[in-house]
Design a protein around this ligand. Structure first.
Ligand SMILES: *Cc1c(COP(=O)(O)O)cnc(C)c1O
Length: 365
């Protein structure tokens, strides 16, 4: 059968391995598996959020509120914008998909950092667009400027902070860059880890209300999957000018967010203290990874997120990741990004202690 030719060029996204797979393939008990491969919040969903979702289950026979009034209201008030500036997606991933499909066709160009969130490239290639990447792995805005000046771009992705590397541009640098970009170029500021970044360093904080007041061509993306501990619920959002949001709505399938997901997200926004507690512990625990790496002589990338990317000089990262997997520790091998490194989500104190212990036994051999 012949398919849309552009798909010949599209890779299938490789998600972090699920716990279920490790149970099946290695016969390890579910409770002995530590999943630190997808940057979920290891402290779990806040109990009051779990209770609210459970209470809502009896409403599952009716379609969800497709206007998503309550969640939009809550987000609009949190960020100091209007409802009409907010769109909700099944994960911010879906909002990225709307953006790319709303803006690009086979003649388009999409500019991004060399080593960044894999879905940017996948969605872009689905439209047949050309991908432009900066030479440096990490975000270097001068490189973005140079390519943009020479080639132009229909979309520019800035991942602040960047997954899978963990580095983060300063907000002031980002704003200065936005000043220079043509108003017909859509700039996507992916803030999936902004909660972590701004906690660690106020200079990293992107303020969506300021961005959309000044830049009608920019969309800010946030998610409930990381700090808000609702990865399984698939809720994310975009904040932008009304023009962008209205256009993206043309691409949105009806009822794209389930009743339970909406309930979970609405409730999670009422428990910011819980989120703050998780973020604060995240950075306490990250220090242990930095010390561990230093003691072993491994370089790492200072991170503004809930994960750390550690180079494994003297070892082969793919082998180390596999050995960890066999012992029930799921991490992300970075060989696919041409890095001899692993990306580890920062776990709980107990999980991290076990990771170090298991790593010690693997590295000794
Ligand atoms: C996790 C992540 C997302 C989106 O996650 P969703 O679960 O789809 O909301 C977007 N961008 C980056 C960089 C991420 O790491």
């Amino acid at each position: 059968m012949t398919f849309n030719k552009v798909l010949d060029n599209v890779n299938i996204y490789e998600a972090g391995k699920p716990i279920e797979l490790v149970v099946r393939e290695y016969g390890i008990g579910e409770n002995d598996i530590i999943k630190l491969a997808s940057n979920e919040n290891p402290y779990g969903t806040c109990q009051t959020v779990v209770d609210a979702i459970a209470r809502k289950a009896c409403s599952s026979y009716v379609y969800p509120d497709d206007s998503m009034y309550e969640l939009k209201e809550a987000l609009a008030s949190k960020f100091g914008v209007a409802d009409k500036n907010v769109i909700i997606g099944a994960g911010s991933d879906q909002v990225i998909e709307f953006c790319v499909h709303g803006k690009c066709d086979a003649n388009s160009k999409v500019l991004m950092a060399k080593t960044t969130f894999a879905m940017y490239e996948i969605y872009s290639k689905q439209t047949g667009a050309t991908i432009l990447k900066t030479p440096s792995d990490e975000h270097n805005l001068d490189e973005f400027r140079e390519i943009y000046k020479k080639e132009g771009a229909d979309i520019i992705f800035l991942c602040v902070p960047n997954n899978p590397l963990g580095e983060c541009l300063d907000a002031a640098e980002v704003y200065k860059f936005l000043d220079e970009v043509d108003k017909d170029t859509l700039v996507i500021l992916d803030g999936a880890y902004q909660e972590y970044a701004k906690y660690k360093d106020g200079a990293k904080e992107i303020v969506p209300s300021e961005v959309i007041a000044k830049y009608p061509n920019v969309i800010y993306l946030g998610t409930f999957s990381k700090a808000y501990a609702l990865g399984g619920m698939r809720v994310g959002y975009g904040i932008a000018s009304q023009e962008i949001i209205t256009t993206l709505h043309k691409l949105r399938p009806p009822f794209n967010i389930t009743t339970l997901s909406l309930e979970g997200a609405i409730e999670a926004l009422k428990h910011e203290k819980y989120v703050e507690m998780c973020i604060s512990k995240n950075f306490d625990e990250m220090k242990r990874y930095e010390e561990y790496a230093t003691n072993k002589g491994f370089k790492y990338i200072p991170s503004y997120t809930n994960f750390i990317t550690m180079y494994l000089d003297g070892y082969v990262s793919k082998e180390i990741a596999q050995k960890l997997l066999e012992k029930g520790v799921i991490v992300r091998d970075m060989t696919g990004y041409a890095f001899n490194a692993i990306r580890i989500t920062i776990g709980t104190n107990e999980q991290n202690t076990k990771v170090f212990k298991v790593l010690d036994t693997i590295l000794e051999k």
